[in-house]
Write a protein that binds this ligand. Structure first.
Ligand code: BTN
Length: 261
């Protein structure tokens, strides 16, 4: 059973209303929950029940927030943006969706603040070498749920998270408006998603490359089938795979995670 949504708080409602003309598919339906297990679960259930593309599910707090690769996502009340959207991309658009989402979140944060975040393959958003936001894309037949977690305020994160993470407010040393950050991220995502759906994925890939300065040209390591690999991250290709220079030539990393060395 899914909980019932309540009225969207003013902090978010006013920012979304001001940005309405730029929200594209995300302008129509926004659901707010004070607390959920995971916004991805709520959005997934609604997508299965036929929710229209563009549904936005927001929560103040998640009790079972999920990250990539089976990790959890710390989601304390008031400290972050926890949002999932329902998309119904073409097969081609779906391939580049994680890349587009990372770019859009970095662009949205840049528009709402004075920060200039970087992307880390495939779709993390970083600043000063620390993680600011993460994205979890979960696909099923006929839809993809894209879940976005943005660290807005400093919070009592678990020690392992605190060591690798930062927040918008910690970087700016001032409070920020969560609604504005959300509205700018959704506006950027609507626009990048439109590009993908219209067959203009190359623009998205170019935008990703221009925000990947801290990643490209650096030594990285990753695991595949239980074996550790090391190489120099060179670029992403037009399908969003990471191209890494290794001793024997180049390798294409299509999924998983790389670590900087
Ligand atoms: C990652 O970097 O590991 C991805 C983190 C994704 C977190 C968001 S928060 C909103 C949505 N609901 C979830 O349970 N996860 C995503």
């Amino acid at each position: 059973m899914t909980p019932d949504p309540v009225t969207v708080p003013e902090e978010f409602a006013s920012a979304l209303s001001l940005a309405r003309g730029r929200l594209g598919i995300f302008a129509s339906q926004v659901l707010w929950y004070p607390e959920v297990g995971s916004t991805n679960d709520i959005a997934g259930v609604m997508a299965e029940r036929g929710a229209a593309e563009g549904l936005v599910v927001l929560a103040d707090r998640q009790t079972a927030g999920r990250g990539r690769l089976g990790r959890s996502w710390a989601s304390p009340s008031g400290a972050g943006i926890y949002v999932s959207v329902v998309l119904r991309p073409s097969m081609t658009a779906a391939t580049l969706l994680p890349i587009a989402a990372g770019v859009a979140v970095a662009e949205g944060i840049a528009s709402a603040t004075a920060l200039s975040p970087h992307v880390k393959w495939p779709n993390d958003v970083h600043i000063s070498g620390r993680k600011l936001a993460g994205i979890l894309a979960e696909g099923a037949v006929g839809h993809v749920v894209l879940g976005i977690g943005i660290n807005v305020a400093s919070a009592a994160y678990p020690a392992d998270v605190a060591a690798r993470a930062t927040s918008i407010e910690a970087e700016l040393s001032r409070p920020v408006d969560r609604g504005l950050v959300l509205a700018e991220c959704l506006a950027a995502l609507a626009s990048r998603y439109r590009e993908l759906q219209d067959g203009r994925g190359r623009h998205v890939v170019d935008a990703w490359r221009s925000r990947a300065a801290s990643m490209l040209g650096r030594r990285v390591e990753w695991e595949s089938a239980g074996t550790r690999h090391v190489g120099l991250a060179e670029n992403i290709d037009d399908d969003g795979a990471l191209i890494v220079k290794v001793a024997a030539g180049t390798q294409r990393v299509r999924s998983g995670e790389v670590r900087w060395l």
